[in-house]
Design a binder for this molecule. Structure first.
Ligand code: GDP
Ligand code: MN
Length: 371
């Protein structure tokens, strides 16, 4: 049977789902004071497409004290409770065993070798934060589920059911929209570090783990073939290869969208994995992203049935998007009849309707582009 059917193929009245009890969940947005406009537009968008019916709280996180104007404007945009929290300095800085001077030297090197964001110290802190310490923040302690938002992202179709409730009902732990190949130069030793952890803890090579390995079989469809083709693999040497010779296919879920169970990430297994990775200094001496860290972890520690592709959620983060096709039984939301069925484009982003379609059918659905 299908381990991962879409939660919804119907256009339903969101007020039906909203009449059911809420999950213990929050939308979470990390942002800078300077991103106020984009943060507000994203909140207005998720409110229009989802939260106006469900009124989940939104937790705003910043490594710096919040600008009162940001608080005022965003408070006014959220239909549920808005919580503004500052991240403790220890969660947004070097761990004691990483020498900042040596780290900055590595970052300068990354900047000259075109590692994406490799030269930006704050970006490294952000990736380390989202990889591990995010989950242990007191501000998130009351919640079991989170939905990650970023300034600038857009939801392009109405979400007419409660994805937290659907995750809980179906026994899901981690949900994503878009899967991509990681930039190889950002994390040459990440896969080996995770595989070392796997062996040290005697964790088996499950089918879910093996799904992240390259295969060289001739009948593998193009979209499952290794991204670093043999030539690049030779150039990279030991990069992305375990001690046993397994090679990561670089697939990962794009973490700017995530709906997931905080208890998994704050649990002992994941936190032990994070500590193991953090010990290596790879968040600074390389530029490990939180996305591949999460993806490798969920494939190592969870069975495939606990992962969920939200193929029914229309989502855009520059430069990629996922757009679900028209669902059977489509219709319009009450009060939005004129807008239903419109093709999504930047111009029509105010449109609310269950019928969403992509102008470019090749980008219709990201399933299979990577994993
Ligand atoms: P990209 O999507 O990988 O290009 O990275 P972004 O620039 O979108 O950053 C990812 C998330 O971290 C977004 O929610 C940003 O607002 C947030 N972010 C990145 N750097 C900082 C920072 O220095 N301070 C704060 N407060 N947020 C940051
Ligand atoms: Mn982003």
């Amino acid at each position: 049977q299908d381990l991962d059917a879409p939660f919804s193929t119907q256009c339903q009245d969101p007020r039906m789902a909203a009449s059911q009890p809420r999950e213990n969940a929050a939308l979470v947005m990390l942002a800078r004071n300077s991103e106020r406009d984009e943060a507000r537009k994203t909140i207005q968008n998720i409110e229009a497409q989802f939260n106006q019916w469900f009124n989940y709280p939104v937790v705003f996180l910043n490594n710096e004290p919040w600008d009162p104007d940001f608080i005022r404007e965003l408070n006014a945009s959220v239909s549920g409770n808005a919580i503004f929290d500052t991240i403790p300095a220890k969660d947004w800085s070097y761990p004691p065993w990483v020498d900042p001077a040596a780290a900055r030297q590595s970052m300068a090197q990354q900047a000259t070798t075109n590692v994406w964001n490799g030269g930006k110290e704050s970006y490294h802190h952000m990736c380390r934060f989202y990889s591990g310490t995010f989950y242990t923040l007191p501000a998130l302690a009351p919640f079991k589920w989170y939905w990650r938002l970023e300034p600038g992202v857009r939801y392009t179709c109405a979400i007419t059911y409660d994805p937290f409730a659907a995750m809980a009902r179906h026994g899901k732990t981690y949900g994503f929209t878009i899967a991509l190949w990681e930039e190889p130069a950002t994390c040459p030793s990440l896969f080996r570090a995770v595989d070392d952890f796997r062996r040290a803890h005697a964790l088996p090579q499950t089918p879910n783990w093996n799904a992240l390995l390259t295969t060289n079989s001739g009948d593998t469809p193009w979209y499952l073939r290794p991204y670093p083709l043999r030539k690049l693999a030779a150039l990279l040497g030991a990069a992305h290869t375990s001690r046993a010779g397994d090679r990561w296919n670089l697939c990962h879920y794009w973490s700017n969208f995530e709906i997931a169970d905080l208890d998994f990430f704050r649990g002992p297994q994941y936190q032990a994995l994070f500590k193991h990775l953090d010990r290596t200094g790879g968040f600074y001496h390389e530029r490990w992203g939180d996305a591949p860290v999460h993806s490798l972890a969920v494939h190592l520690l969870l069975p495939p049935g606990q992962l969920h592709h939200f193929s029914d959620i229309g989502y855009h983060h520059e430069p990629f998007f996922q757009c679900p096709g028209n669902a059977p039984g489509e219709g319009q939301l009450p009060g939005n009849e004129a807008l239903g069925g419109e093709e999504w484009s930047a111009e029509s982003e105010g449109a609310i309707g269950c019928r969403c379609q992509c102008a470019d059918q090749r980008r219709r659905n990201n399933r299979g582009i990577c994993l």
